[in-house]
Unconditional design. Structure first.
Length: 158
């Protein structure tokens, strides 16, 4: 199996931003997921809508959308691209909240980092919203689960 080229590295090993100007513009999307593990009282407060800071799920959803659009401000080698669509979903489950973000664009580079950033910042925001009820909340299992478009084509986590 051939190792993929690390095109973010120069010959001397220093990092640089990859030039994508010669790449074809294609429609691309990426989906990322993650989970915030919470105590039973925090889950109950979320379900009842009685958190001291208010509607945690709505605030976390908006934070995730905003984060996807600001990814190049946070990730040094990420390209500034047009983010054409962002969907962030949060579902309260028995042991916390599952987050999912799908980001879409028509660009020369993918949106995996934008989807990961949306999930992570949404999760951080959720923790900020529930910390008065659960000081032990934690983020886990953040990963890309699907991507489409571009030279490498489509991929779905198996």
């Amino acid at each position: 199996m051939n190792e993929p080229a690390l095109n973010h590295l120069r010959a001397d090993g220093s990092a640089h931003m990859v030039d994508v100007s010669a790449k074809e513009v294609t429609v691309r999307s990426a989906t990322a997921v993650g989970r915030v593990l919470l105590s039973a009282p925090a889950v109950d407060a979320l379900r009842a809508g009685v958190l001291p800071k208010g509607d945690a799920l709505s605030v976390a959803r908006i934070a995730g959308i905003q984060a996807a659009k600001r990814t190049p401000d946070l990730i040094p080698l990420a390209h500034a691209i047009g983010v054409h669509g962002v969907e962030v979903d949060l579902m309260v489950v028995e042991d916390g909240v599952d987050l999912s973000a799908t980001v879409r664009t028509a660009e020369r580079t993918g949106v995996e980092m934008e989807a990961l950033t949306a999930v992570t910042v949404g999760a951080l925001t959720l923790i900020d919203m529930v910390k008065a009820v659960d000081r032990h909340a934690r983020i886990t299992d953040v990963r890309v689960t699907a991507k489409s478009g571009g030279r490498s084509g489509d991929w779905v986590e198996s």
